[in-house]
Design a protein around this ligand. Structure first.
Ligand SMILES: NC(=O)c1ccc[n+]([C@@H]2O[C@H](COP(=O)([O-])OP(=O)(O)OC[C@H]3O[C@@H](n4cnc5c(N)ncnc54)[C@H](OP(=O)(O)O)[C@@H]3O)[C@@H](O)[C@H]2O)c1
Length: 338
């Protein structure tokens, strides 16, 4: 385990995300009453982390900042007055606390203990992408077993979680990717129907699954991909956008709103967090943590990096055609750790 505390910090934002971040040494502050010291086990690099470094995300922390929005850690030491969280407990790190660091010193209050004996890398991705997939499946359309959903960027982490969660609910998915080389990985995550995006997407979908009524379309690409999905929907269907991987605005003809009564909605987990009642939040995270612990919900991992290679890691996360997530394990490989 690394002894010198280190964090991946940035003092400015810029168009090339890996150019602004670097690893710096720091001193651990004295542990105060009510606090715990945590060794970070794993933290992913999500597209939102990359957009935070370039300054394009909807929520930007003040500078200087430490990268990383989510992750898990193990409690090393507890301050006076802390009960119920003994040293050794694996905890979910608070959202937005700067997780690309070897150590965090955090208030014990509000920390969520996680099941033991579970791969920390899978647990580290619990906060952002799985609830996004779950909520998009459940909050917009009252889907029943046997219903059909279509999504693009289906080889993304969100896409993989959505396939798994839909399957558990008996919901059928049509999975759109932008390159044929991604098809096998999506099938390996449990998807039966995978198709490459194109102008003639509705025809390709019909050839694949027949003339099924698709009630919900889920878009994180934007550009013409948004309209390609809309054209696959049943009259009155709902299209939910939650990202813009193409960097383009959603391009969709008014004809789909006017003549086919398509509804276009947006989803942002941060907004949901703010508005959702605490018991609803607990229910969503409880379901997801349980499924990950049981091995029923997982994401593919392309590579894991230490903090000294943070620039390489960010560059890898910002590049396309990956086969899974890039994760940071600040204290070295953590899979065998619990
Ligand atoms: N709104 C919310 O609350 C919320 C929450 C979580 C995530 N998100 C968004 O969800 C999306 C997926 O996140 P993730 O962590 O699952 O992503 P990820 O695992 O890093 O995968 C990225 C996906 O984007 C595709 N992609 C990359 N560049 C593209 C381009 N120029 N045009 C079209 N597709 C492109 C990739 O396809 P290739 O493999 O072919 O490159 C891949 O399918 C992101 O946009 C993220 O910001 C939103």
């Amino acid at each position: 385990m690394t002894t010198q505390p280190k964090k991946a910090q940035y003092e400015q934002r810029g168009p090339v995300p890996q150019d602004v971040i670097h690893a710096v040494d720091f001193e651990l502050p004295p542990l105060q009453a009510g606090q715990v010291r945590v060794a970070v086990l794993a933290a992913p690099i999500n597209p939102s982390d990359v957009l935070t470094l370039t300054g394009e995300y909807g929520l930007l922390p003040p500078l200087p900042a430490v990268g990383g929005n989510e992750g898990v850690g193990r409690i090393l030491e507890v301050g006076d007055g802390v009960t119920g969280l003994p040293a050794g407990t694996v905890v979910l790190l608070p959202v937005g606390c700067g997780t690309w660091t070897t150590h965090l010193t955090l208030p014990a209050k509000g920390l969520v203990p996680l099941p033991s004996g579970v791969d920390p890398v899978q647990l580290s991705m619990l906060t952002v992408n799985p609830p996004t997939a779950l909520l998009m499946l459940t909050e917009f359309v009252d889907l029943q077993p046997g219903d059909w959903v279509i999504q693009n960027a289906a080889n993304s982490a969100v896409g993989g979680y959505l396939v798994q969660l839909a399957k558990l609910r008996g919901i059928n998915t049509i999975n759109v990717v932008r390159r044929a080389s991604a098809i096998e990985a999506v099938k390996a995550s449990g998807a039966e129907h995978v198709v490459v995006d194109a102008e003639d997407l509705p025809k390709r979908v019909r050839e694949l699954v027949g003339d099924v009524p698709v009630k919900l379309a889920i878009d994180c690409v934007g550009g013409v991909s948004t309209e390609n999905l809309a054209r696959c929907l049943v009259e009155g269907g709902t299209l939910v956008n939650y990202g813009a991987m193409s960097g383009e605005r959603c391009m969709i003809s008014p004809r789909y709103f006017v003549f086919r009564d398509i509804v276009l909605r947006g989803f942002w987990l941060s907004q949901w967090f703010k508005k959702a009642a605490p018991d609803k939040r607990m229910a969503v995270f409880g379901e997801i943590a349980g499924l990950i612990a049981e091995g029923k919900l997982q994401a593919r991992i392309q590579a894991s990096y230490g903090l000294d290679d943070i620039r390489e890691a960010v560059a890898a996360a910002a590049s396309g055609a990956r086969d899974g997530k890039i994760v940071i394990e600040p204290n070295g490989p953590s899979r065998a750790a619990i």
